[in-house]
Structure formats: C-alpha cells, structure tokens
Design a binder for this molecule. Structure first.
Ligand SMILES: C[S@@+](CC[C@H](N)C(=O)[O-])C[C@H]1O[C@@H](n2cnc3c(N)ncnc32)[C@H](O)[C@@H]1O
Length: 344
C-alpha cells in the first residue's frame, strides 16, 4: 500500500493507484498514513471500525471488477486505460463503459457500437485525411459491398478464400492459442468473427480505421447467433498507433491489409511493439509484379497498383526482419502471399 495517497478526485475515478490498479473513490476518503507507518497500531482499533472493513471489502470487489480494464491502452502514450462501467470483455459491456488515460487525462468512449481509440477521438475541429488507400474503405458503399462481392474477387489473383486463409492462419497461430488475438484492419470482420467463433482465443479484438467497416462488422455479428460476442470487441484505431501496451498481445492477424496501410514500416514496427515475446504475426497481401510474374498479368498488376502499395516477396521479408520480427515464413500463390513471423 506504500504508493497509495489520498489526493484529488475527478468525476470518473480517483487517480489514486497502486501499480496498475486504481483505488476506487470509496477508498479515497480514508487516511492511508496509518498503513504506511511501522506496525504499531492496535488490531483491536481496526477491527472495531466496522465501516472501514465494509468499505475495504467493497473496494476490493471494485478492484476485481476493474481488473480487466488494462487491455486497451491510450493511443497517445500507451498507458493502460482505466475503465469505468460494467465488467466483462464483450460488446454491450464495452459499449456502456467509459475509458480514461490517467496520464493524458483523455477520455475514450464507444461511438456507434465501436470503441474509438484513435488519437483524434473526441477532436472537435481537426479532421485527418489519410491516403486514398485508407480513405477508400471508410466509404459506406465500399464497406457494404466488401463482403458482398468485393472480397470474393481476390480469388482471381490467387487468394484461396476466407475459409482456407483462416485454416492456414490457424496453423501459424498455434503458439498463441488461449491468448489475446487482434485482427488488425479487420474490415467487416470476416476473420474476426471466425476467430471469435473458434473459441480458441480468450479475447478477440476486431480493429479497423474505418467506422463503416466496423458498423458492417457489428451488423454481421448481430445476424449470427453462433457468435456469442462474449469474447469480442470492436475498436477503431490506426495500425500505426495500436491502443495496447507493449508486449500485451499474443497474436496479430492482418488479412489483405498491408497494401492499404499508409506506412507498412510504422505498422509492422507497431505490431512488433504490442506482441509479447513468442507472439505471432500473420498477414496476407497482394504481391507486386516481379520478373517471374507471367507477362500477361503484369499490365493488370501495374494498373490496379495505382492506389495501393504492393510490395515484392523480397521487400516484405526485408521489411518484417527490419522491424525486428523473426522466424519469417511465407506461402505464395500467384499474387497472394501469406507470411508469418514471431516476436523474439
Ligand atoms: C482490403 S481490407 C481487408 C479486410 C479484411 N482483413 C480481409 O482480410 O478481407 C483492408 C482494410 O484495411 C483498413 N485500413 C486501411 N488503413 C488502415 C489504417 N491506417 N489503420 C487500420 N486499418 C486500416 C481498411 O479500413 C480496410 O478495412
């Protein structure tokens, strides 16, 4: 109890803390100085204070409720957020909760079903425009069409399709089973839903920058009775600023996403930061033409690469290793590549 002090109280929480745990408001009115002194207080006096006992026990219950707060971190400073609201890692509980960074004093909340953990969440005047390959997927129409034909077209360029891609990814994720999986750039959540349904992970975070993709994801979840949503969260965030503490995540999946990111190097460095040692990253993307690409496919490849950032096999491997990930492996089929790597 040495670091506990009874300082000021704000409207959400008392900022009093010990390590990562908050001490709720109900404890803030107590004098902790007696606990900090050498053991010379008579036990009979403490026992006699039945109010104190009741309040301490209430506080312990509240601390237990708050025990789940720290998966999400502030995207500005990466300090684990403090959560106020119903306990549990599920859509309704997270939706009804408020989150606060005790360092930045910034608050975050759910908007339209997803928790907004972008740096500019709550900004009033500033609007950030990302590159067109990111902005494209924020469109309501593209988000609506994504699982209704858009994604199926990827098969023409060698993507095996969501079911096979999911099975392939699961093989790589074996060392992360039972842990926390983040589906980065989840789009409308076609893989997030499969990860959640599998029951293999303790928590699944479906994360994307597009508000409309996340809304689609929510609509698909609502339609599917087999998803309990008891281990699933929807989060808006930028892949270059992931809202998790360093080393807190067991698995990161990023399907068909690398070519859409504003800065693949910032994104993969960030994925490396949030993974725990031994954690696994699995990604897929489209490859850029190389000398081995059949000549007939090259003009098509060059033409559609206009908006996207397609890399070669060599560039992807170099990038992953430059960001510090190890045990790089890949599977390639036409323009499709699935790669995996581990945090050392
Ligand atoms: C082609 S979709 C992939 C969706 C899904 N993962 C799949 O396998 O089909 C690419 C996704 O990347 C997301 N994205 C683009 N830029 C992003 C960024 N800076 N941070 C997070 N996600 C981003 C887009 O919103 C879009 O949903």
């Amino acid at each position: 109890m040495a670091s506990i002090s009874s300082s000021s109280v704000n409207h959400l929480f008392s900022p009093i803390h010990h390590r990562n745990l908050l001490v709720p408001k109900s404890l803030s009115s107590f004098k902790y100085s007696q606990f900090n002194s050498p053991i010379r207080y008579p036990f009979s006096r403490i026992q006699a204070t039945s109010d104190l006992v009741a309040t301490v026990s209430e506080a312990i219950t509240q601390l237990q409720d708050l025990g789940e707060h720290d998966l999400f971190a502030c995207p500005v400073c990466f300090e684990p957020l403090i959560r106020k609201g119903p306990p549990g890692f599920n859509l309704p509980a997270i939706y009804r909760s408020g989150f606060k960074c005790r360092k930045c004093n910034k608050t975050y909340s759910s908007k339209n079903i997803y928790l907004d953990l972008t740096v500019i969440a709550g900004a009033k005047d500033y609007v950030e425009i990302q590159p067109s390959r990111t902005e494209l997927f924020r469109s309501p129409l593209v988000s609506f069409l994504y699982e209704r034909g858009w994604r199926q077209n990827f098969n023409l360029r060698g993507f095996p399709g969501p079911d096979d891609e999911f099975d392939m990814a699961q093989e790589y994720f074996k060392p992360s089973e039972g842990g926390i999986l983040v589906d980065v750039s989840c789009g409308s959540g076609l893989f997030s839903r499969k990860f959640a349904k599998s029951g293999i992970y303790s928590k699944v975070v479906a994360l994307d920058f597009s508000e409309n993709m996340l809304r689609q994801c929510y609509d698909f979840i609502k339609l599917d009775d087999t998803i309990s949503s008891s281990n699933l969260a929807l989060v808006r965030a930028d892949v270059s600023r992931l809202p998790f503490a360093s080393g807190s995540i067991d698995a990161v999946h990023a399907g068909a996403a690398l070519h859409c990111w504003p800065s693949p190097s910032n994104a993969i460095a960030e994925i490396n930061r949030v993974l725990r040692s031994g954690g696994v990253f699995v990604g897929t993307t489209f490859l850029r033409s190389t000398s081995s690409t059949p000549a007939i496919l090259r003009p098509f490849d060059q033409r559609i690469s206009g908006n996207y950032n397609y890399l070669t096999e060599e560039e992807i491997e170099d990038l992953i290793k430059s960001c510090g990930l190890t045990n790089y492996t890949k599977k390639v089929q036409q323009a499709f590549i699935m790669f995996s790597a581990q945090k050392s």
